[in-house]
Design a protein around this ligand. Structure first.
Ligand code: F3S
Length: 778
């Protein structure tokens, strides 16, 4: 039964610490001699743990792309897939509660198949143990738990937690969605999440700044989605890497806050760290509508002290101008979000069989998801459905609507939008990720070439239904809805007519819809809602079935340096990797994802994508124990080392561990006993993640030495003691003493490193979590 309740009660933990942020900003201004600051710099620097130390004698621009900022984050959100390992790691620290307010959201594990109710029931049954684990761990540590059915992480965060000036992390790449509310929200891996949960300084390489200045006003068919689809095509999928996109200009004033969220959500599609917008009236209206008058009040005071907008004269690394009046709706895709075509041109070309490489008929049209499921989006789409319904028309292809949250779902149902979508043949799916993340069980199109049109954010091959022949085109929800009535891609709703059942032509008028519900939001099914700021319940036992194949308690890693011994010896060499070795090669995804919370099962995929330089084969390694030569899979040989308790060295090529922030790529080798990785170069995030797990990472002083070490060699260190002993010399050089297989000759391989004192603490203790546990116990 649906209760028509008000939005969840506001709790002070949802109010950013404006007083201390403003005080910190004053310090920053003093230290930087009042140099003009951008908005992104203000939010980042006001979250510095030690602004005097980091900024002394420098300007913000000096740090960009060069120095790391040790930051204190305000809040963390985790989705059900990535939360598992983050919480399992946090549990090993022995802390009674999380250091910052945190929330868990059950959304990714819900499959779309028949419709909201049945899908939810089935997904809860098949993921029962994971949901129970997440809910019991949340109760124990005082985390807000949003149950399956409550909605998609990013929409819930926007409605409840996102607030101007906040710095928050989320274990999902579209976390920047929350930045639509004037904060900095950044997507991270589980290891960074644990930093936030344990109050360890979270380090971010100072981003470069890209200013997008907007003038003009969008035309009636154009939406914020078209702005970001246009920008993605300008910047390409890599154009935002290492950057924050800071928007400015008078064009912003006419956009709803939820539209800004759509734009910052898809900043992830250009690889941006996040996006940001100065505090404005649309945000104030949204805060009011979502029951957060106190945040509005605090934000207004902080804005008056200069925290929530850029200074005149702030410096940016790049600038792009967009006149919104010149934009027209676009379609992006297929297979990449940066391939953009204006709607008029696309539909013209689509009519021309020679210019298109896919069928014209739409096999499905989908709106909603974390990217575009605001009340405003759905109201505007409903206005189109109403026009068509009045002329007796129905959609010509399956038309699915994914509400972003229970609050949006219940509100659009109350306001009659749901019945409108259903009257024209649409179907409302569960409040969850479903088709957006590939949780779309769609048997009818398996293996067949087909085209879908969605208002989602990603359109890589196989993303939605696992079928590599599904061409996914991205557009605004309004364009998706209108085109669903044609069921074809050569229909331009701005200029073309359809034939209504009465035989007369029908043309859509431009969409219209309220920015926010006139009667306010309703919370819907209140059973899904967490307590605001729940208290930790230490007596709760975290639910992990010892016979589970999906969840397993993590055992803390031991230290190799107990008892005051700081050199390593008797290490084997697992293999020498040749060429690319990304996080996908180290810890593959796909079918392995179900083991995200079970390290020993997941570790069965360790390095299976890596190429062995000595055998020339992928997933091949050779063990030389006792002079015997045994070739096996890489995890097979790693297990042999673990079984005989022998630590090992991994030899890697350039940019080892590039790709994602996936912490499993560091946990798995360590689980099998990896103690040292020596490489030509290592990707920065992978390197930090490895050190966090207690793995010593070294680089060849002379890259040619990569060839001089291989399987069957025995390795020891020389000089590690000078570095690693408490108060050691950070400039000390570590040399690897390599006893060669066969000849028994020992050669010396000099290395270099970029270890900091904190990294040495982690390595000495066996892991960063061990350091935290020791501190908690003392
Ligand atoms: Fe991500 Fe889409 Fe869910 S982008 S959060 S999968 S709705």
């Amino acid at each position: 039964s649906l209760a028509t309740a008000a939005p969840p009660t506001f709790h002070p933990t949802r109010l950013p610490p404006y007083q201390s942020l403003c005080a910190n900003l004053d310090t920053v201004r003093k230290v930087t001699d009042n140099a003009p600051l951008s908005l992104a710099e203000k939010i980042l620097f006001s979250h510095l743990r030690n602004p005097e130390e980091v900024l002394a004698g420098k300007r913000g621009v000096d740090l960009r792309g060069k120095e790391y900022l040790p930051l204190r984050v305000d809040r963390l959100a985790m989705q059900d897939a990535s939360a598992q390992m983050a919480l399992l790691q946090f549990m090993t620290c022995g802390l009674p509660q999380t250091a910052v307010p945190a929330s868990v959201h059950c959304d990714h594990l819900i499959q779309a198949f028949e419709g909201a109710e049945a899908d939810l029931k089935r997904s809860i049954a098949s993921n029962q143990e994971v949901f129970q684990f997440l809910s019991s761990a949340s109760a124990k540590y005082g985390i807000e738990f949003w149950a399956p059915g409550s909605g998609i992480i990013h929409q819930i965060v926007l409605e409840n937690y996102a607030a101007p000036g906040l710095l928050m992390l989320g274990t999902d790449s579209h976390t920047p969605n929350a930045s639509g509310m004037g904060c900095l929200a950044i997507g991270v891996g589980g290891a960074d999440a644990v930093d936030a949960l344990t109050d360890t300084p979270w380090e971010l390489l100072t981003p470069r700044l890209l200013n997008v200045h907007m003038t003009g006003k969008l035309s009636s068919w154009c939406t914020p989605k078209d702005i970001i689809l246009h920008l993605v095509s300008k910047l390409t999928v890599r154009g935002g890497t290492g950057r924050i996109v800071e928007y400015s200009g008078p064009g912003l004033a006419s956009l709803p806050a939820t539209g800004l969220a759509t734009m910052s959500n898809m900043g992830a599609e250009v690889g941006a760290t996040t996006s940001c917008f100065g505090y404005n009236d649309a945000m104030a209206r949204y805060l009011d509508a979502t029951g957060r008058g106190e945040v509005k009040l605090g934000a207004e005071q902080a804005a008056a002290r200069g925290l929530l907008s850029a200074d005149q004269g702030a410096q940016y690394d790049e600038r792009i101008e967009i006149d919104l009046s010149t934009l027209e709706p676009v379609l992006n895709g297929p297979f990449t979000p940066d391939l953009s075509t204006p709607l008029s041109q696309y539909t013209r070309n689509a009519k021309d069989a020679e210019k298109r490489d896919h069928p014209l008929e739409l096999s499905a049209a989908l709106i909603g998801s974390c990217t575009n499921s605001s009340y405003n989006d759905l109201a505007r789409c409903a206005s189109l459905a109403r026009q068509a319904l009045d002329r007796g028309m129905k959609v010509k292809c399956p038309f699915d609507v994914t509400p972003g949250s229970e609050q949006v779902r219940a509100t659009v149902e109350r306001d009659g939008l749901t019945s409108l979508f259903e009257s024209v043949g649409g179907r409302v799916l569960a409040n969850a990720c479903g088709p957006c993340i590939g949780q779309w069980d769609r048997k009818e199109c398996q293996g067949k070439e087909n085209v879908i049109l969605t208002s989602f954010n990603r359109n890589f091959k196989s993303r939605n239904d696992g079928n590599s022949q599904t061409h996914n085109m991205l557009a605004s929800p309004e364009v998706v809805t209108a085109m669903a009535f044609a069921g074809r891609l050569d229909f331009n709703p701005m200029t073309d007519s359809l034939i209504a059942p009465d035989g007369q032509p029908f043309r859509f008028s431009p969409p219209e819809g309220d920015e926010l519900p006139a009667m306010g939001f309703t919370a819907g099914e209140v059973a899904y809602l967490p307590l605001p700021a729940p208290q930790p319940q230490p007596e709760v036992e975290v639910a992990i079935d010892p016979s589970s194949s999906r969840l397993e308690h993590l055992q803390p890693f031991g230290s190799a340096f107990a008892g005051g011994k700081y050199e390593l010896d008797n290490m084997g060499v697992l293999m020498r990797i040749k060429g690319k070795c990304t996080t996908d090669h180290i810890s593959a995804a796909g079918p392995w994802l179900k083991y995200k919370g079970h390290l020993s099962n997941l570790a069965e995929n360790t390095l299976i994508g890596a190429t062995n330089a000595e055998t020339g084969r992928v997933n091949s390694a050779v063990d030389y124990e006792d002079g015997q030569e045994v070739e096996d899979t890489i995890p097979g040989v790693a297990k042999r080392f673990k079984a005989r308790n022998q630590p090992w060295v991994l030899v890697a090529d350039h940019n080892y561990g590039e790709g994602s922030a996936r912490e499993h790529a560091a946990l798995q080798p360590r689980f099998f006993g990896c103690q040292v990785i020596v490489a030509r170069s290592i990707a920065r995030i992978a390197e930090t993640n490895l050190r966090k797990q207690g793995v010593l990472t070294l680089l060849f002083e002379d890259e040619a030495d990569w060839e001089r070490i291989g399987a069957g060699d025995e390795v020891a260190t020389k000089g590690l003691e000078d570095l690693l002993k408490p108060g050691g010399d950070l400039r000390a050089q570590v040399t690897l003493l390599v006893k060669k297989r066969g000849t028994g000759e020992t050669i010396e391989i000099p290395t270099k490193h970029t270890l900091s004192r904190a990294h040495l603490d982690w390595i000495r203790a066996g892991s960063a979590l061990n350091v935290i546990r020791q501190q908690a116990a003392s």
